[in-house]
Design a protein around this ligand. Structure first.
Ligand code: SAH
Length: 389
């Protein structure tokens, strides 16, 4: 029995991907421009509308391709204007995408996987388990969906989405083969024209992924650090057992060179009451980050049902920040947005059907490739619950 050839993921083909495909099928590579404009600028879903494309090419795309545009299941608007969409992925499970409007900009927080395998202790996504990787088209499709939904709101600028952060559900660097074309389309003028500074990949610390990202692109990078020493980080981010802090910072220092003089890596630090928010943690962090050009984002923990952690008091958050600032760091406290609709960092749970067997298979593959710790090093469930988002 032969496995059917997968269909072309039309929304997930980057400009170079289109050019290679068109050349392969005997078409002119410049048609890539026409097709991408139909797909991403005019947001067309119907091949018949692509009037400057020859009929045979349209027929080829209709037969061999599919859109993979995630469908909207629900849309909730927070009192602060944040919007959260529940979207149906191809796998049948649901992912979440969040739009955060601010004056002069709009940030879209997109998911890269359905569920998450990493099990960070303080994050709702991992509690749902891991279901599947998203295709590049499903990642780009979240930007396309948001642009469509928000088109009528835009008066002062052309596009609603000015910034994209891969901080939704999942670990982007465990799905890097889809993430790379997706971010290329986000940055391409024939796609969404977002500058590389405004596209941020956030990782819990998949070190080989950071090295690969550095080879391929120079988008902004955020590291979910959350602890200033390995002992504590092993508890909060079990992936640390595979890649310790020093290995991670070495990759970050190298990536920082990639960013040039004006840009730095962002360090994300979720402040959890009594866990990692004490003055000695700030002191350790100050010493640890001396050798890395970075800015620090402090995220007060966002509670979700079933989590045993608490958000520190505002005064504690402020004094942690002040300690970092006094030591010369740029440290911002990230304002919580959309928490009334469970759209804040770490609250994205989607509706993930955890395919335990598939989950185990992926875990095994990733562990074999050395990307995550083998399961005996990073126990599941009890005691070490889950992360990402
Ligand atoms: N897997 C990637 C992408 C998820 S990003 C990563 O770990 O970076 C989402 C960010 O929100 C991460 O920094 C994550 O650690 C943080 N976060 C997760 N749960 C949180 C919670 N309950 N409260 C505040 N921040 C949280």
């Amino acid at each position: 029995m032969t496995t059917p050839t997968p269909k072309l993921d039309l929304l997930g083909l980057s400009q170079s991907g289109w050019q290679a495909l068109l050349t392969e099928i005997g078409e002119k590579p410049y048609r890539a421009k026409q097709i991408m404009k139909w797909l991403h600028h005019r947001s067309v879903d119907d091949f018949d509308a692509m009037t400057d494309i020859s009929k045979p090419l349209r027929a080829y795309l209709a037969t061999h391709g599919e859109f993979n545009q995630p469908e909207i299941i629900s849309e909730r608007v927070s009192k602060d204007g944040t919007i959260k969409w529940l979207l149906k992925a191809r796998s049948g499970s649901a992912i979440e995408t969040v739009y955060i409007p601010e004056s002069g900009r709009g940030t879209l927080c997109v998911s890269s996987q359905v569920g998450c395998v990493l099990d960070c202790t303080f994050c709702a996504t991992g509690k749902q388990g891991f279901n599947s990787n998203l295709l590049a088209g499903e990642i780009v499709g979240q930007v396309r969906m948001a642009e469509r939904r928000l088109a009528d709101r835009m008066k002062d600028r052309e596009r609603a989405v000015t910034n994209v952060v891969l901080m939704g559900m999942g670990e982007p660097l465990l799905n890097i083969d889809a993430v790379l074309p997706a971010i290329s389309i986000m940055m391409d003028d024939l796609g969404y024209g977002i500058s590389k500074r405004k596209v941020t990949v956030s990782t819990a610390g998949v070190v080989p992924g950071i090295w690969r990202l550095k080879e391929e692109t120079d988008v902004s990078l955020a590291i979910s650090l959350h602890a200033p020493n390995d002992e504590l980080r092993n508890l909060l981010v079990p992936l640390n057992r595979r890649y310790n802090i020093e290995t991670l910072l070495e990759a970050c220092r190298s990536y920082a060179v990639n960013l040039g003089e004006k840009r730095t890596v962002t360090i994300e630090y979720t402040l959890i009451d009594g866990m990692n928010d004490q003055p000695q943690h700030a002191s350790e962090l100050i010493t640890l980050l001396r050798t890395l050009p970075c800015k620090i984002n402090l995220i007060p923990f966002n509670p979700f049902p079933g989590s045993e952690f608490k958000r520190p008091k505002a005064a504690r958050v402020r004094s942690f920040q002040e300690q970092l600032v006094a030591a010369g760091y740029s440290a911002m406290v990230r304002t919580t947005r959309g928490d009334d609709i469970d759209a804040a960092c770490g609250q994205l749970a989607g509706q993930v059907e955890d395919r335990t067997k598939r989950n185990a298979r992926y875990r095994k593959q990733w562990a074999a490739r050395g990307l995550i710790a083998a399961s005996n090093e990073a126990p599941q469930g009890q005691g070490v619950p889950s992360c990402s988002a």
